[in-house]
Design a protein around this ligand. Structure first.
Ligand code: HEM
Length: 529
């Protein structure tokens, strides 16, 4: 199966951070009139980064050379309306996209400190129409691209307004854009987030995915073959992530009209998630003291992966097994970094083998959750067939999961000045890409993060990202069970009083058009008749 990667925006098929773009700038605009809006989109279109595979060895200006900075563009419902998309077409967009993130707060669990009243100022009204992301190798490349775009804004003579109102460090509340970056240690960018977990590991592998074919292991859909080999997995259908292509129901996904507007486009969720690092560290320190496996195992049980290496706890269940794996991984990464200009085949293969081990698992031998708890973050979000294993009614493992997968494209933001405190401006700019926001992202957020019934966990929430509440004495009420095993050599452990570790600070839903659709939008030729 082939798809036209030249017609698809690059951020859909590539996680730029994995291609050595550690930094990003997200800029939001308001369209004041249709003519200026279209002219602006026309000006941006030639700058847009497509999905074509990059060749690191290509000459700098070649079409397949990785650019110094990437550029991608997406629209809110109001943005499409302001561009003059005909009403007949607008009426075919999905309800959640039309409503926007703020009005979906009850579904998303954005209550208490996550209520839209507390969001960054830019997100408190409905003025965001257009999102542009610039990912770069270095701040200078990002700035150069930003200046080019700002020039187009200036040319619009007030027809396009760049919106400020992002909160930032030192109490600032009116920043002109949202910056994001991998976290650096000793000058080297790390795939980590502010709670200290290694991030950017689990990634759906679908028909049009680029990258090493071993990525299907753990990234694809389970087949009940050996999960440690490619036989255990098949690529997901492209239509789960890109409109106009066959999806996991073997149908072309429901899409806005006319078909050409939607074809090769998709939907995006942008969410600024603050991390309460002080509360997280205090909880781990206090509860970890009484937990037989200690603090690090407790952290691993929360996420389903060890913090330092990202090794899955279901496959590496003890501190000793995890430490051996971490040692090997550090060695392989150090070698790859040392050889980064021209890595040897051996260095690449050693790394790919370890990386594959991080993904090569399911929960078939851990159905009771004694290794990876049923409520761990990655097990909730991608149960890898665990909801169907052992149930004869299902001859398709993953039937319940394959339609809930999402591509993650965000980066951390801000810096933690004091890891004993919750305040400050730091967290994750969470970006999810999926063909259906309600079926994929919203379902996961509502049913699997903020509720536990599918895992027989009643209303327990995801320990890391759930919207844990407080009781009448303002004491946190989050709970999690770390299951024991049926032979009772390991007892269950109950975590109570879990506070809310993650709070929403803003965001919205966007439509990412194909390059063809971008031209239709800029020329005003969207014709739904
Ligand atoms: C600040 C908030 C969050 C933190 C700290 C966090 C942390 C993590 C960590 C440590 C991992 C394991 C590393 C990896 O596989 O890349 C992970 C995986 C993942 N997270 Fe989150 N996460 C957050 C929010 C969310 C949200 C809101 C969603 C979806 C609604 C989500 C979806 C996922 C998915 C899909 C995976 C990969 C699972 C897999 O396929 O194995 N995360 N996250």
């Amino acid at each position: 199966m082939s798809i036209d990667l030249q017609d698809i925006q690059g951020n859909i098929v590539k996680g730029y951070a994995q291609y050595d773009y550690p930094k990003a700038r997200y800029v939001f605009y308001h369209i004041r009139n249709e003519v200026a809006g279209r002219a602006f989109v026309k000006g941006i279109a030639p700058l847009v980064t497509t999905g074509i595979p990059w060749n690191k060895k290509a000459k700098p200006n070649a079409a397949d050379a990785p650019p110094p900075a990437t550029t991608n563009i997406a629209f809110t419902y109001m943005g499409l309306k302001m561009l003059g998309v005909p009403r007949k077409s607008l009426q075919t967009f999905p309800e959640e996209f039309v409503m926007g993130m703020k009005l979906r707060k009850d579904i998303l669990g954005d209550d208490g400190p996550s209520d839209p009243r507390h969001w960054d100022r830019i997100w408190r009204d409905t003025s965001v129409h257009l999102w542009i992301s610039i990912n770069g190798r270095d701040p200078a490349s990002i700035e150069t691209r930003y200046q080019e775009i700002s020039h187009l804004v200036a040319e619009s003579d007030g027809g396009i307004i760049q919106l400020s109102g992002h909160h930032g460090p030192d109490g600032s509340t009116d920043l002109p854009y949202q910056s994001a970056s991998l976290i650096y240690k000793n000058g080297i960018p790390q795939a980590r987030e502010h709670f200290g977990y290694r991030d950017g590991i689990g990634e759906p592998y679908f028909m049009a995915s680029s990258g090493h074919p071993n990525r299907v292991i753990g990234g694809g859909k389970p087949t009940r073959g050996d999960p440690a080999t490619r036989k255990g997995w098949e690529p997901l259908e492209t239509g789960e992530f890109i409109l106009g292509h066959r999806d996991e129901a073997f149908e072309t996904p429901i899409a806005p009209q006319p078909p050409l507007l939607a074809f090769n486009g998709t939907f995006m969720v942008y969410r600024k998630l603050h991390e309460n690092v002080g509360s997280f560290n205090r909880y781990l320190d206090t509860v970890g003291e009484n937990y037989p496996g200690g603090k690090e195992l407790l952290a691993a049980k929360f996420s389903g992966r060890w913090r330092s290496s990202g090794a899955p706890v279901t496959r590496f269940p003890t501190n000793a097994t995890a430490e051996t794996f971490e040692f090997q991984l550090n060695e392989a990464e150090a070698r790859l970094y040392a050889e980064r200009e021209n890595p040897s085949k051996e260095a690449k293969e050693a790394y790919v083998a370890l990386r594959t081990q991080m993904a090569a698992f399911d929960y078939n031998h851990d159905l009771e959750g004694s290794r990876c708890p049923l409520g761990a973050h990655i097990r909730r979000i991608n149960p890898r067939g665990a909801l169907e294993h052992g149930k004869e009614a299902f001859n398709t493992p993953g039937a319940l999961t394959n339609r809930r997968r999402i591509l993650r494209r965000g980066l951390p933001y801000g810096e933690v000045a004091d890891d004993s405190r919750d305040d400050g401006d730091h967290g994750i700019i969470f970006i999810a890409i999926n063909a259906s926001i309600s079926r994929q992202f919203e379902f996961v957020q509502q049913q699997w993060i903020n509720y536990g019934n599918d895992f027989k966990l009643a209303n327990d929430k995801d320990p890391l990202t759930g919207n844990h509440g407080v009781d009448s004495n303002q004491q946190p009420t989050g709970r999690m069970i770390l299951q024991g095993n049926s032979t009772a050599t390991e007892n269950p452990f109950f975590c109570a009083g879990i506070p809310r570790f993650v709070e929403t600070r803003g965001g919205d839903y966007f439509f990412i058009p194909s390059l063809t659709a971008l031209h239709m939008l800029s020329n005003g030729t969207v014709d739904p008749t």
